[in-house]
Design a protein. Structure first.
Length: 338
């Protein structure tokens, strides 16, 4: 078994970034804001690119291969923002090197791959978590509290959407063999959000998709049926104007959450009562940095032994639903889940 990272000595976790992906720009500032984390290294398969990235972001270490970063004993946590098909292989390699891992969503494309990660993490004694940043935002917690507390009456329907126009022809999301497509990239958010708020797993799903010229879904619409006759519908895609929203409909009210996955203070939630046409704003203290809660949660899991907000069991459950939705869209039939 590899030697565990030296987190018991240093209260700050030292992070290494696998790759120079755009999303790194969102993670480095909160790592610097956090009292328990710090970014120290970046790796690329192009040494010059890694060095340039390190200079731009003032990182003390740059590596010309992912393997060299994983071999660095001073790295405690590895962030994996690579294309979807590389998430599991490099998460497993990081775990084998004794590193904790924050892996971008979707962590895996099959439940079996999540199981492999879970077994490896357990054997190595490290923490692995999927990077759904919205889960760490106070607005998400407030939505769940309101619905669980009966603020809308009995919950009947959940609606979600995440779309934008993807017009970069060489984008990795166009490649089916790399886990491309809008469901894996965007639909995972409303599916995850719905499951989290309902607090249960769907009993059955049904879906339609529109395929693009490369064979990935460019538009996707899904339905989910939950216990207690709670229904959910969502859509995602690469060919419609930007939308990022969730809505929850109950017997006595409606709660709308604009920009649900990346909230902004200037767009608060709106709550409608039983017979009210004018909404009441639902205000929540928004953190200065959306991703700060994500890295602080990982630090709490590593340093304090607290389970991460998004456990591997939950990652597996979300993957099961996404895989079933894809199967339904491909066959034109509903899929029942145990």
């Amino acid at each position: 078994m590899p030697e565990a990272p030296r987190t018991s000595v240093a209260r700050k976790l030292r992070w290494g970034l696998l790759g120079t992906a755009r999303i790194n720009r969102s993670l480095i500032p909160p790592l610097r804001l956090s009292p328990r984390n710090e970014p120290v290294a970046v790796a690329s398969r192009d040494a010059e690119r890694a060095a340039a990235f390190a200079r731009t972001w003032d990182l003390p270490k740059a590596y010309g291969s992912y393997e060299d970063l994983l071999a660095d004993p001073d790295i405690d946590v590895v962030y994996v923002p690579l294309p979807n098909h590389l998430h599991v292989p490099w998460t497993l390699r990081a775990v084998a090197a004794g590193k904790h891992v924050l892996c971008e969503k979707p962590m895996a494309l099959t439940p079996a791959d999540v199981d492999a990660v879970a077994r490896a993490a357990d054997e190595a004694g490290v923490v692995v978590a999927e990077a759904f940043m919205y889960r760490h935002h106070p607005r998400t917690r407030r939505i769940r509290e309101l619905i669980a507390g009966g603020a809308l009456g009995e919950l009947h329907l959940v609606r979600g959407a995440f779309t934008f126009v993807l017009d970069r022809p060489n984008d990795v999301r166009w490649r089916p063999e790399w886990g491309g497509g809008s469901l894996w990239d965007l639909g995972c958010y409303p599916v995850s959000f719905t499951r989290h708020v309902v607090g249960a797993e769907p009993e059955a799903v049904f879906a339609w998709q529109v395929l693009g010229p490369t064979g990935v879904d460019v538009s996707f619409t899904g339905q989910m049926r939950f216990p207690g006759d709670v229904l959910a519908v969502f859509d995602c895609g690469f060919r419609s104007r930007f939308r990022m929203e969730m809505a929850f409909v109950g017997r006595d009210g409606l709660l709308e959450a604009p920009r649900a996955f990346k909230p902004r203070p200037e767009e608060p939630m709106r709550r409608y009562g039983p017979d009210v046409d004018v909404p009441e704003p639902v205000l929540v203290d928004d953190p200065d940095d959306l991703y700060l809660g994500e890295v602080e949660d990982l630090a709490a899991a590593v340093l304090d032994g607290r389970p991460p907000e998004v456990t591997l069991a939950e990652t597996r459950a979300n993957t099961v639903v996404l895989e079933a939705l894809l199967r339904s869209a491909r066959t034109g039939r509903p899929v029942r889940l145990s």
